[in-house]
Design a protein around this ligand. Structure first.
Ligand SMILES: [Zn+2]
Length: 465
């Protein structure tokens, strides 16, 4: 078996499932993936059992048998690309599930700002951030685009922890210099910019090529940013080429507020565009109430969208029209938006994306329903495109990196109600097709089915059975 935390040459044997396109999942049975010590996939071989892998293919690669970890998936298990969470607030994790009947603006004041402010206590930040990384890894999230808080040392700590625990991550220090409580706001636009630069320098010092952990410029959302701050962050993006993440058009009262605060701009989307914040490296979370003109501008600028269905339902923001956005040709990924969203799991976001699309369909248009292939694409390859890593992650291919999860579903014979072997709520009877097994995983699976998780070839989570 592989040793947790130590990457090395490895071969993975068994069934591999990944998105070939938005509409199609590819099922590769009896196959092998060869991963080098840097975590890169150097070969994929179809029709390959362990004997062929060891006796024919290892010598071809110049690898010696004893130096390579051999991982064999059991029948019924499968390798799936690691999930990509394109929008998650690490600092809100302790509040997951706590939202009552609130909507966005009162939710922020009641639950969110006090929790985020409290994480300037580094002992508490260490506890919360360690836990959220371990928890999301255990649900198969190999990459997360995190919002931290305004606090520089705590934000830097989140980056340190992602690097040491092995999660691929984008780390954003929240910028917010206006319309926020006195106890939790940047003192000025200038200090917000300086503090952001401090976290960028720190991340560059711990991971100089951003191989695993990268900074991301994070204006919280237009209502909490002055025009001066947004202009300076837009200039910073131009200067550094770093990605940007923010929120947009989540809730109707928020859209109204932005119109009141920025009367000289044609729309919410124009506010970001006019401040240099809308470009190919921008991740826009929510996009629930956009007008067609705004969507066309997002497409024109090649900005990306993070769809957060669990959050949009939980705090009653609305139903994002994902089919419409896809048909406009915009790249879309999934976000948990924890703790607006109640769950740390992208599998839950996959499921909720499916259900929300059915709610949109109930408003009159059947074709808005998303298939299981489509929602899994959004959670993997779609997310990779949103964060600009589609060449590296989101699927299996030579030259890509081994960010993967091994999934095991419970069988009726093995699953034990007395807790000896708890494989979760999926019961496989044995007659299901592979497509049916995947469907059962989407709708009833959870972290009990996530047996092992790797990032860049490193084993970062393993379920002891
Ligand atoms: Zn959010």
């Amino acid at each position: 078996m592989a040793v947790k935390g130590i990457p090395g040459r490895a071969v993975y044997l068994g069934t591999f499932i990944h998105s070939k396109s938005l509409e199609e999942l590819e099922y590769l049975h009896n196959s092998a993936a060869f991963v080098d010590e840097k975590g890169a996939i150097v070969a994929i071989e179809l029709d390959c059992d362990q004997k062929k892998a060891e006796e024919v293919l290892l010598p071809k690669l110049g690898w010696k048998k004893g130096e390579v970890t051999v991982n064999v998936a059991k029948p019924g298990q499968f390798y799936f690309p690691g999930f990509i969470d394109t929008h998650i607030h690490a600092s809100q994790y302790p509040n997951a599930g706590i939202f009552g009947k609130s909507t966005l603006l009162d939710w922020l004041n009641t639950y969110t700002f006090p929790m985020e402010a409290s994480l300037s206590n580094l002992t508490k930040a260490n506890l919360v951030y360690s836990r959220v990384i371990q928890r999301t890894l255990s649900h198969g999230t190999t990459t997360a685009s995190y919002y931290a808080t305004i606090d520089v040392p705590a934000t830097n700590l989140l980056a340190d922890l992602c690097l040491s625990l092995g999660q691929r991550a984008f780390i954003g220090r929240c910028c917010m210099d206006t319309l926020s409580p006195d106890f939790y706001r940047d003192v000025s636009a200038a200090s917000s910019l300086a503090d952001t630069k401090a976290t960028i320098s720190h991340i560059a010092s711990i991971d100089p090529t951003y191989a695993l952990v990268s900074p991301i410029i994070t204006p919280r959302f237009a209502p909490s940013c002055s025009s001066e701050l947004m202009h300076s962050l837009g200039a910073l993006q131009k200067e550094t080429g770093l990605p940007i993440q923010t929120h947009i058009s989540e809730n109707k009262n928020e859209v109204k507020l932005v119109a009141e605060m920025f009367p000289d701009h044609a729309s919410y989307t124009h506010v970001y565009d006019n401040h240099g914040l809308l470009g190919p490296k921008t991740i826009l979370a929510h996009c629930v109430h956009l007008t067609e003109e705004e969507v066309d501008l997002i497409k024109l600028r090649e900005a990306k969208i993070s769809h957060c269905p669990a959050s949009n339902s939980a705090i009653t923001s609305g139903t994002a029209k994902v089919r419409w956005l896809l048909e406009k040709g915009i790249e879309i990924g999934l976000g948990t938006d924890m703790s607006g969203g109640y769950s740390p799991s992208i599998l839950e976001a996959v499921r909720q994306a499916s259900l929300v699309s059915r709610h949109v369909a109930m408003e009159g248009d059947e074709k808005t329903k998303l298939s299981m292939e489509e929602v899994l694409y959004l959670g993997t390859r779609g997310g990779a495109k949103v964060i600009g890593l589609e060449e590296k992650i989101g699927g299996f291919g030579v030259g890509m990196e081994w960010d993967a999860q091994l999934i095991g579903l419970g069988s009726v014979e093995e699953n034990d109600f007395n807790g000896q072997l708890d494989m979760g709520a999926v019961d496989i009877f044995g007659w299901e097709s592979w497509e049916e097994r995947v469907a059962k995983w989407i709708y009833n699976g959870d972290d009990r089915n996530t047996l092992s998780v790797w990032v860049k070839g490193r084993l970062v989570h393993e379920r002891k059975l």
